[in-house]
Design a protein around this ligand. Structure first.
Ligand code: NAD
Ligand code: UGA
Length: 465
């Protein structure tokens, strides 16, 4: 088996950064270089102040602090890193296509293809190329075809090694992965490549958790895992709507069904909807693939998971509007949380964006407080929707750094991210300084209903009448 001394990862994002930091910390004899074309991002990864890393993840800065410039490097010198590495991870973004065939559904593979072409151009010796990005089935074959036509007699082994970390718990997920999936060819050189990659993970994970499959199973497993997880959230969210009509309590239902060991207790928290960069994108991709093979029923089935999620977000916004006497024009509504979940500064597809957009459509005055998301990010998210001009977005929505100040003379508060700190606020004082009746719409089921009722709030908890 090949001795690995140098690893390169193309893409220093939410996956590339944490994944490579953990590999570097667990494999001190391997030099790991993470490269990106985004100079600003690389500069942030190299910032002396570890609080300025481009990604907030619990435990990340400690790991980066120890390994950086020892055997972990962040750089924009892509070609150099490719040249010296025996294993190259491709960890670039694969967003939903916004143009052409498959627009709005298929994965946009242009960044991945650019990486493959770059590797083909630079490589002078044999390489193992690892798809870390989430890709549609059969992408490995496309990458292989690009790489094999370089003409410089280099042998490339292409492996699929999808990432299953969740943001907010990325370091824990990486250090203690339920499983690592490695897909590759069944040829002798394919098997050797799989074993070589496996040996990296074996530095800290038991071998039985490292699963080897064929390359297509690995690619499809990643999409299916996300589809199943998102499906659970949509399933419980649809039932939350029914609970609100029937006096049943969604938490009691989650508990009752979660005790069934066949169902399990995780991922049954009703919410304002799932967000994040991947659930929607990966399901849309699955839907597109199924449809392109003529499997209409399969495509329709999975598409419903997204339809239910959109319903949950708009249902929440409509509930705010109807509770505030069907008019929120000029009313001050505070949004607690903008990130798509707690413990991350990532806002991609966050339900907060859709809720804010619906409230701004009604001319509400919105104040946002999030402990980790910057004002620039919040405005960029809204501007990206193109619903109104950026001037209007800035006129109607302000970002506040003080959660208490934000609520002065507010009509309502909507909790959109489950940040732990929201639980510990002085809700009595908040109530005192709000206009009455003071409304709280809890889209994360974070607070205690009895307590909020007793403080005098008009308190709505998703999934409870
Ligand atoms: P990201 O947008 O945070 O990072 C991608 C990075 O790749 C960016 O910094 C971008 O500048 C860089 N890049 C793009 N093209 C490049 C090129 N040609 N050369 C060098 N750098 C280039 O994305 P992410 O969240 O890290 O996701 C990456 C992949 O991992 C996606 O396919 C995603 O579906 C998958 N994934 C993400 C998560 C997650 O939690 N975010 C989890 C599992 C899998
Ligand atoms: C998810 C998967 O959990 C990871 O395994 C996967 O690697 C990743 O997508 C990916 O491919 O990008 P992530 O999106 O980071 O991870 O976070 P999750 O914890 O899965 O949460 C996704 C969304 O669902 C969040 O908005 C969260 O608030 C919501 N959610 C989750 C609920 O509303 N209820 C739940 O019970 C669980």
């Amino acid at each position: 088996m090949k001795k690995i001394t140098h690893i390169c990862c193309i893409g220093a994002g939410y996956v590339g950064g944490p994944t490579m930091s953990v590999i570097a910390s667990q494999c001190p004899n391997i030099k790991v270089t993470v490269v990106d074309i985004n100079q600003q991002r690389i500069d942030s990864w190299n910032d002396d102040n570890l609080d300025n890393l481009p990604i907030f993840e619990p435990g990340l800065k400690e790991i980066v602090g120890k390994a950086r410039n020892m055997n972990l490097f962040f750089s924009t010198e892509v070609d150099k890193a490719i040249d010296e590495a025996q294993i190259i991870f491709i960890s670039v973004n694969t967003p939903t296509k916004t143009y052409g065939k498959g627009k709005g559904q298929a994965a946009d593979l242009k960044f991945v293809e650019l990486c493959a072409r770059n590797i083909a151009k630079v490589a002078k010796d044999d390489k193992i190329v690892v798809e870390k990005s989430t890709l549609p089935v059969r992408t490995a074959s496309a990458i292989k075809s690009i790489l094999q036509h370089t003409g410089n007699k280099v042998n490339f082994e292409i492996l699929s090694n999808p990432e299953f970390l969740a943001e907010g718990t990325a370091i824990e997920d990486l250090l203690n992965a339920d499983r690592v999936l490695i897909g590759g060819d069944d040829t002798p050189s394919g098997q050797e490549a799989k074993d070589t990659l496996s040996s990296i993970y074996e530095h800290w994970l038991p071998k039985e958790r490292i699963l080897q499959t064929n390359v297509w199973s690995s690619e499809l497993s990643k999409l299916v895992a996300n589809a199943f997880l998102a499906q659970r959230v949509s399933s419980i969210n649809t039932i939350s709507a029914l609970c609100e009509k029937t006096d049943a309590n969604i938490q009691e239902i989650s508990r009752a069904i979660g005790y069934d060991s066949r169902i399990g207790s995780k991922f049954l928290n009703a919410s304002v909807g799932f967000g994040g960069s991947c659930f929607q994108k990966d399901i849309l991709n699955l839907v597109y693939i199924a449809r392109s093979y003529g499997l209409t029923e399969v495509a329709d089935y999975w598409e419903q998971v997204i339809i239910a999620n959109d319903y949950q977000k708009s249902r929440f916004a409509e509930h705010i509007i109807s509770s505030l006497y069907n008019t929120i024009s000029g009313k001050k509504i505070v949004l607690y949380g903008w990130a798509f979940k707690k413990d991350t500064n990532d806002t991609r597809e966050s339900p907060a964006i859709a809720v804010a957009d619906a409230l701004l459509d009604e001319n509400a005055e919105i104040i946002v407080y999030d402990p980790k998301v910057t004002a620039d990010r919040i405005y960029a998210d809204l501007d990206y929707l193109g619903t109104r001009s950026s001037e209007e977005n800035r006129k109607l929505l302000t970002v506040c750094n003080d959660p208490m100040d934000a609520t002065k003379e507010a009509h309502a508060i909507a909790i959109l991210t489950e940040w732990d700190e929201f639980k510990n606020y002085d809700w009595k004082s908040i109530h005192e300084q709000m206009l009455k009746p003071a409304f709280v719409f809890d889209g994360r089921r974070l607070l205690d209903k009895e307590k909020m009722d007793s403080l005098g709030f008009n308190y709505y908890k998703i999934g409870q009448s």
